[in-house]
Each structure stands twice: as structure tokens, then as C-alpha cells.
Design a protein around this ligand. Sequence first.
Ligand SMILES: NC(=O)N[C@@H](CC(=O)O)C(=O)O
Ligand SMILES: [Zn+2]
Ligand SMILES: [Zn+2]
Length: 346
Amino acid sequence: MTTTLEIRRPDDWHLHLRDGATLAGVLPASAQAFARAIVMPNLVPPVVTGAQAAAYRDRIRAALPEGARFTPLMTLYLTEETDPEDVVRAHAEGLVTAVKLYPAGATTNSASGVRDFGRVRGVLERMAEAGVPLCVHGEVTDPDIDIFDREAVFIERVLDPMRRATPGLRVVMEHVTTADAVTYVKSAERDLGATITVHHLVINRNHLLAGGIRPHYYCLPVAKRETHRQALREAAVSGDPRFFLGTDSAPHVDAEKETACGCAGIFTAPVALPVLAEVFEAEGALDRLEGFTSRHGPAFYGLPVNEETVTLEKGEATVPPARVETGDGPVTVFDPGFPLHWRLRA
Ligand SMILES: NC(=O)N[C@@H](CC(=O)O)C(=O)O
Ligand SMILES: [Zn+2]
Ligand SMILES: [Zn+2]
């Protein structure tokens, strides 16, 4: 007998689709599983203006497989030169859903990010007035701060002061990895949400480093110790609407992962929903999966939920593809380290 679970079609509130041949290779996995996705703007060069976002959106639409039903929700990459009026206009026109803040140097393709947070004060104030959400990569970049502490220090030194200085600004703390972030998000009455990835619910830093270094488990923010993973799992399955799915599926071709200085990013899109079903089932919380994947995100962004549903079914363990071929080279798919009994019904 197969067990089935019907849920509203999920959305991915944090996704990297890249461009060109990689975009064409990785897009089908997300378009199959998700109705909408917040598409990250960290291309080279980054997506900074409304016009660039429109052009990128059109390239994504053109790369969609025949018959796909997938809506890319575009973001702008915040720089110290960002024009507040361009942001507000692009949001009002429905072209852009959110703005993304990368501290300069914090992660993949973040060189054009913000160095001096005082210089984006004006933009953030306009965004708060106009109701434009800010998605934040929450890590400090100070070389004196240990990489495992960079998220917690960011909350204290940057995020909390920024939120206090800009009342009404709606903020998503992206890809939270620590109990500190979970506590901080829960402490906010309003205007703060957080995305949680699939991989941070599954791996801790031992998976990355013990018994050999595993480049395909390397991402930023880096996976933390087990107690933090437990805090993330509790938050994800709690039913608290401030926490929702953002896979941060971040494909890099294998040649750029399996090298002396490998890129940060884990490609989870092809297995995201089966892995989540396993996690929620293990936590005895399958009835809360739909909230996490399909209801809390739209509620935060003020968007309608998807009317369409998908069916997950449980049966024999399946072996997902180890990698996806793209015109730029193969991209290894996240291996959760346990068998997947759940799959998305075609
Ligand atoms: N998460 C990652 O490790 N990498 C992301 C960037 C990001 O989301 O920080 C990427 O673009 O590859
Ligand atoms: Zn990030
Ligand atoms: Zn990301």
C-alpha cells in the first residue's frame, strides 16, 4: 500500500537559477516541484536595476520547458548606489518582489554588496514606506569573526540595529543556520520571517568535515553543530508561520566544487520535496509540511496561496540522479545520506 499526501503546490522562497547553459540545465527541477520561486540576483554582473530584472525574468521564461507552470519572482541586488525610486517603481509594477542584501564578500558573487550599511539607510527607509521586503544574507564578513559565529554576530551588530532604525521594514532572514537566529526570529512580533533550507535540516558540520572533506556539503552560511540543526528542525516543523521553505538550491558545476578552493552552494532542487517529506515524517509532523512549503511564505509576502495541489507518495526507496548534466558541465545533486521513500507524483 502506498501512503499519499496531497498538499498545495509548494513555492521556493530562495533559489539560485544562474544563467545561460546552467539555467537551462537546472530550471526544470524547480519548475516541476514549485509553482513560484524567489530568484536570487547574484549573477555576474548582479541584477541591480529593474531593467536588468526584467531581462533576467525573460531569459528564465524562455528557458522553461514546454508546458511548465512556474513563475519566477524577481529580486534586485542592493548596492550602495541603488536608486530608491527604481526599486519602488519596479516593485509597484509587479516586476520585482523583494530586494536582496549581501554584505560585501559574504558569499558567492557578493563583491558588489554592501560595505557601509549607513549608505543604504535611505533605500531601506523608502522600502519600508512602500512595503518592499528585504531578503538578507545574514553573516558578517569581518575576518576576525570565526566563520561559525558569523550569523549570530550579524544579528547583534547589523540586523537588529538595522531593523530598529527602520521601523516597518519587512525582513526575511535567509537560510538561517543557528539556534540564535531561530530565537531572534521568534522574538519579533512582526515584520520578520526566515527561510530554512532543506540541507540545513539534514546535515551538520560533521557531515561536511568528519572522515574527509565533502565539497558538495559546503555552503554559506556553513552548516553548524548538531544542536543548531535540531533548533532548525524544531522551527521548521513547529507550524510557526514565521518560518518557511527557501531551498537556497545553489548549483555550481562539479569542477568548481571539487577543487582546492571550492565554491559555496548545494544543489538541492531535484530532491527538495522528497527529502522534506522524510524529515517531516521523521519528526511526526507530516501534517505541518504544507504550512512550511506552501502557506507561510505566501502569507509573509502577502501573495495568494497556490490553488493547485501536488501529491507526494510513499513507496519503495528511489535512487535520485547523482548529478544533472548542463551545457556548462555536470552539477552534483544533494545526497541526504538516507533513502528517499517519498516522491512527487507526476
Ligand atoms: N548558499 C551558498 O552557499 N551559495 C549561494 C549564495 C548564498 O545564498 O549565500 C550561491 O549563489 O552559490
Ligand atoms: Zn546567502
Ligand atoms: Zn542563496
